[in-house]
Write a protein that binds this ligand. Structure first.
Ligand code: PYC
Length: 328
């Protein structure tokens, strides 16, 4: 068999790709900057100083706008299975539900963790994962809560749009007021509307607790699919949409349902994405009106290899396709 690996000088970044309900996760295993030790939040800050890694592995030509990266790092607590920092086409995410499920399935496929319970450390706190089978993971997320109910924002071209503001590991504006049905054929309109809502929130100075930027917009409606409670469309910070029902978005949904008394602790909520992928959610109550959500979903590994950076490549740090925050 002829030689199949690149022989010329280049830097190699080891990765394994997976998808969770259709949404991709790229786990970065080696080849990034030395993040030192300490808390995962401190390592996240060091990663920010070496932003070339994010740009290289997420942006075209090595990645694409929907990829969420997961940079493996050293956990502060040696009992934890790993530390993980999630990145996307616009920066660093607080948490990522589909990504956590993808990382758990990938680490299992690598033989690094077995079935059963594990703790992952993230910049916004530890999360517990339970690997129920080689592909199915129940992820216990960070405490989630509704911050404000029924906030109305004036949106260019749409008029007033009302929604709740909730935290599920990222900040969400969740609204039943999409300008069209939440359906695959309407994705361009949903992207456009969500980008406008995000700009409307920014313009009005509406944010999460402690000034947290609301960078995820979720439109939802009742699902017509038997056995499914709701269908959502989740707009992500860099202008892509989540192919999965979004783990942090489903957590924010559970926090709102709990606050409204519409879902009992322990009861199952089935959430499907605009593309039909499904997560199951449930919660247990926590202090101060918060809830601890558990999100269950399936992931599969799709590729492994090395991303290469050759000397002289003008796009070794990726091709920025569109200005950040334009959402289109
Ligand atoms: O599953 O939490 C999630 C997520 C956030 C952004 C994309 N997916």
């Amino acid at each position: 068999m002829s030689q199949t690996t690149v022989q010329t000088a280049c830097e190699r970044i080891a990765f394994i790709d997976s998808h969770t309900a259709g949404e991709p996760t790229r786990l970065i295993l080696a080849g990034g900057p030395d993040l030192g030790g300490g808390s995962v939040a401190a390592q996240r800050d060091r990663l920010r100083e070496h932003d070339w890694l994010r740009r290289c592995v997420i942006h075209e030509p090595r990645g694409h706008e929907a990829i969420v990266g997961a940079v493996l790092c050293t956990p502060e607590d040696p009992q934890a299975a790993c530390g993980v920092i999630f990145i996307n086409n616009t920066g660093i995410l607080g948490m990522c539900g589909h990504g956590t499920i993808g990382v758990a399935v990938t680490l299992h496929a690598m033989g690094r963790i077995g079935l059963g319970r594990h703790r992952f450390e993230t910049p916004v706190g530890p999360v517990e994962v339970e690997l129920l089978s080689p592909h199915r993971v129940a992820m216990e997320n960070v405490p989630s809560f509704r911050h404000r109910q029924g906030v109305t924002v004036e949106v260019d071209g749409l008029g007033p749009v009302t929604g709740d503001i909730a935290w599920g590991g990222n900040w969400f504006f969740l609204s039943p007021n999409a300008p069209c049905p939440v359906a695959a054929e309407n994705i361009p309109q949903l992207l456009d509307a969500a980008a406008r809502v995000r700009r409307g929130l920014e313009r009005a100075g509406i944010c999460g607790a402690a000034g947290g930027e609301i960078d995820h917009i979720e439109f939802f409606e009742h699902s017509q699919t038997p056995g499914v409670d709701a269908r959502n469309f989740v707009y992500c910070p860099g202008g892509a949409f989540d192919r999965s029902p979004c783990g942090t978005g489903t957590s924010a949904t559970l926090a709102c349902l709990a606050a409204d008394g519409r879902l009992a602790p322990g009861a199952t909520w089935v959430q499907e994405s605009v593309l039909g992928g499904r997560f199951e959610g449930r919660y247990r109550p926590a202090d101060g009106g918060r809830v601890i959500p558990t999100i269950t979903g399936d992931a599969y590994v799709t590729a492994e290899g090395f991303l290469l950076r050759q000397p002289g490549d003008p796009f070794a740090e990726g091709l920025l396709q569109k200005p950040e925050g334009t959402g289109r």
